[in-house]
Design a binder for this molecule. Structure first.
Ligand SMILES: *Cc1c(COP(=O)(O)O)cnc(C)c1O
Length: 365
């Protein structure tokens, strides 16, 4: 029997995957940007080149790659603590905020424990939960593409360990207001960790989403999750962080894979925080493009919820979704289609955005 046949012949004695792993979706590689004309709008990355200060920090740190990085990431955590007005003990870092989220779920959930999140939301949520042997509890979004916090509170059981709130929500772009989260936190047991995933917080208009740090100060069971992958443009370096009560943060640091955040990533993240103004002016340009696209799409006849992220969300049945994804694909524009739900398109440079607008014009209602 060949190695391939063994994989598909489960009756043969052979190492088997855990059920939770066998049930996970296989990673489908996206089309790679083979040519210059491909617009990569499927992953909400920054289309800008790395911030010069970050690139310089990486070049400098490259000379130390024969050494393990500081596994406690002290310098980065100190810089973050200063940036956020918290203590070093309240900060945990990981390889992307997805990495930190895995630390959160494996740190808090035993097999069979429940993690509640809105759906549709970030694709990594159910995967990380199932990988940990915990149970994902998906609560459908409301009619305005936002979190249905009442239904999420009602879904709490004595097995609930973690609740994930994504604001602005990926892929719909809809934020959760400060007031609504506060009402929610008042109604949720204080032994449940409420994670506020703010991967796109830099792109949100002031006041549209929560003041998460003040919620955290008021409710110690809040955990804030942020990343350098999106607005800071470090997606390829893998670094994100959580702010949580020191006891939780200490647990997250313990569950981390040793040395999972490279010295290059740590140095680049510090340099990026120091270059906050350069990041903000890039974000301002994306927000301007987002507004321009929203206005044009409305004129074309599309009815979209305003997005607070660096992406647009088009609710679409499977027939429209397939037509749109196909049209974008033929135009060398990579977007993200979601079966049964719609299409998400990253807002990027104005030339790419114009190409998107031209495609959508031909499919408007
Ligand atoms: C992109 C994204 C992340 C961050 O991913 P990284 O692992 O930090 O690259 C986290 N949450 C949401 C909702 C995202 O869209």
């Amino acid at each position: 029997m060949t190695h391939d046949q063994l994989l598909t012949a489960p009756e043969t004695a052979f190492p088997t995957l855990r059920g939770a792993v066998a049930g996970l979706p296989s990673y489908v590689p996206g089309r790679r940007s083979a040519g210059l004309d491909i617009a990569a709008l499927a992953s909400n990355e920054s289309h800008y080149e790395p911030l010069p200060a970050a690139a310089a920090a990486v070049t400098e740190a490259a000379g130390t790659m024969n050494r393990y990085p500081d596994s406690a990431a002290v310098e980065l955590r100190e810089r973050l603590a200063r940036h956020l007005g918290v203590t070093v003990g309240e900060v945990a870092v990981g390889p992307g905020s997805v990495g930190v989220l895995q630390q959160i779920i494996t740190g808090l959930c035993d097999a069979g424990d429940e993690v509640i999140f809105a759906w549709r939301s970030f694709e990594a949520y159910p995967i990380l939960v199932e990988l940990a042997g915990a149970r994902p509890v998906r609560i459908p979004l409301d009619d305005a593409e936002g979190h249905n916090l009442g239904a999420m509170a009602a879904a709490v059981t004595d097995r609930t360990k973690v609740i994930l709130l994504c604001t602005p929500n990926n892929p719909t772009g809809v934020p959760i207001s400060h007031e609504r989260i506060e009402v929610f936190l008042r109604s949720v047991r204080s032994d449940i960790l409420v994670v506020i995933d703010e991967a796109y917080v830099e792109y949100a208009e002031a006041g549209s989403g929560p003041d998460s740090l003040s919620l955290y100060r008021q409710y110690p069971n809040v955990c804030i999750l942020r990343t350098f992958s999106k607005a800071y443009g470090l997606a390829g370096l893998r670094v994100g962080y959580a702010v949580s009560a020191p006891a939780v943060a200490e647990g997250l640091r313990r569950t981390a894979l040793p040395f999972s955040v490279s010295a290059l990533a740590q140095k680049a993240a510090i340099a990026s925080l120091d270059a906050g103004e350069a990041m903000e002016s890039r974000v301002a340009a994306v927000k301007q493009e987002r507004a321009r696209m929203a206005a044009q799409l409305e004129a074309q006849g599309w009815k979209l919820q305003p997005s607070q992220g660096n992406f647009l969300w088009i609710r679409a049945d499977d027939s429209l979704r397939a037509r749109l994804v196909d049209a974008f694909d033929r135009a060398d524009i990579l977007v993200r289609g979601y079966q049964g739900d719609g299409v998400r398109i990253t807002v990027a440079d104005s030339a790419s955005n114009d190409r998107v607008l031209r495609i959508l014009e031909t499919h408007a209602a």
